[in-house]
Design a protein around this ligand. Structure first.
Ligand SMILES: Nc1ncnc2c1ncn2[C@@H]1O[C@H](COP(=O)(O)OP(=O)(O)O)[C@@H](O)[C@H]1O
Ligand SMILES: CC(=O)OP(=O)(O)O
Ligand SMILES: [Mg+2]
Length: 374
């Protein structure tokens, strides 16, 4: 029996799942929220991890622990067994992902301390995108300065993009190596990737998970000179700009609410501010679809996944409206069908298979974890 304990330590939460790889089902799962907040009873990640392991109990045989790590820089193109050296490298990459890596690292340290006899594996969001060609990952700034400071595009949500592109091939019954696919991972964080024959060739997030699509609280693409302007004209310092772009922008900045369900509901009631925000959200996605079809030189499958992508049928339909000339069409009834399973939303015989495929980052982490320790 192979059971992998999967841990996703966020800045304020710890999500966990015990995945049985024979059935590919979660034996148990849970989430600890408000870690580190006063009054929550969970002062830090060490304490949080102790709580998680108490919940897990001693009745389970754990083969290994898989940890989600957001930033692996250029060092990691695959999952890695955690050693003190790997921990040090993750710590070094914290400068590139200050919101994510420190929390990931705290989770790893606490779990290694509590479960010292099993292997721990770091599974990186960036790994799947290490195949991006230089033309896609290079920012057009001073080359030496960029190299010295690790400034390039890395891409994120790779675990999800990889899993969903594999599931796409399985669902279509076609070899992954034959498929040109665009995956729209629309969650709280959101990114899109172009996958050619199973290989990530372009993705919308950059050096950090800020670039690209409009997200719950992140702006996505913005003219970098806006920051300079706001620094000079509005007196915002860099910490304030960081907070604004990462935590107070996106749907939250545009409407006062960062949760897609609420924004969609308001728009459906006729709220023009909410509808305007959704128009920006859809417009940005369409820009990437067009660009990525050009990069791929064609398209076999367009796939929606994650919280918004899996659940918001109206947004899917309106985002793709008018793209029939590209072979992209939505069947209204199929699109409306609420289901937890992979499914077509395009009509039979359409040139592009438009699909909804639920992501499962925990299962993919468990699989990569097993591959790493094999
Ligand atoms: N039924 C739904 N309809 C519309 N949006 C939904 C629905 N369920 C979840 N969402 C949206 O999905 C987003 C969260 O996606 P999720 O993939 O869970 O994000 P994360 O993993 O980044 O926390 C939120 O904006 C939420 O409103
Ligand atoms: C990398 C990233 O944006 O992750 P999340 O969507 O979990 O915030
Ligand atoms: Mg997510």
């Amino acid at each position: 029996m192979t059971q992998i304990f999967v841990v996703n330590s966020g800045s304020s939460s710890i999500k966990y799942q015990l995945v049985d790889l024979e059935t590919e089902e979660a034996v148990l799962s849970g989430i600890l929220e408000r870690v580190g907040e006063p009054g929550s009873g969970i002062p830090d990640h060490e304490a949080g991890m102790r709580r998680v392991l108490e919940t897990l109990g001693t009745g389970h045989e754990i083969t290994a622990v898989g940890h989600r790590v957001v930033h692996g820089g250029s060092l990691f193109s695959a999952a890695a067994i955690v050693t003190d050296e790997v921990e040090a490298e993750i710590a070094e990459l914290s400068a590139l992902a200050p919101l994510h890596n420190p929390a990931n690292l705290l989770g790893i340290r606490a779990a290694r301390h509590a479960l010292p006899t099993v292997p721990h594996v770091a599974v990186f969001d960036t790994a799947f995108h290490q195949t991006l060609p230089p033309a896609a990952y290079t920012y057009a700034i001073d080359r030496e300065l960029a190299e010295r400071h690790g400034v390039r595009r890395y891409g994120f949500h790779g675990t999800s993009h990889k899993y969903v592109s594999q599931e796409t091939a399985r669902f279509l019954g076609r070899p992954l190596t034959d498929l040109k696919t665009i995956v729209l991972h629309l969650g709280n964080g959101a990114s899109v990737s172009a996958i050619d024959g199973g290989v990530s060739v372009e993705t919308s997030m950059g050096m950090t998970p800020l670039e690209g699509l409009v997200m719950g609280t992140r702006s996505g693409d913005i003219d970098a000179a806006v920051l300079i302007h706001l620094h000079r004209q509005a007196g915002l310092d860099f910490d304030e700009l960081d907070t604004m772009l990462n935590r107070q922008s996106g749907l939250l900045g545009l409407t006062g609410n960062g949760d897609m369900r609420d924004v969609q509901e308001a728009a459906s009631r006729g709220d023009e501010v909410a509808e305007g925000a959704l128009a920006v959200y859809r417009h940005r996605i369409r820009r990437y679809i067009g660009a990525y079809i050009a990069h791929l030189g064609g398209l076999d499958a367009l796939v929606f996944t994650a919280g918004v992508g899996e659940n918001n049928a109206l947004l899917r339909r309106r985002t793709l409206a008018g793209l029939e000339f590209l072979g992209i069409a939505v069947d209204v009834d199929r699109n409306e069908l609420a289901s937890r399973k992979a499914r077509y939303i395009s009509p039979d015989g359409a040139p592009v298979a438009v699909l909804v495929i639920p992501t499962n980052e925990e299962l993919e982490i468990a699989r990569q974890c097993v591959a790493a320790i094999a």
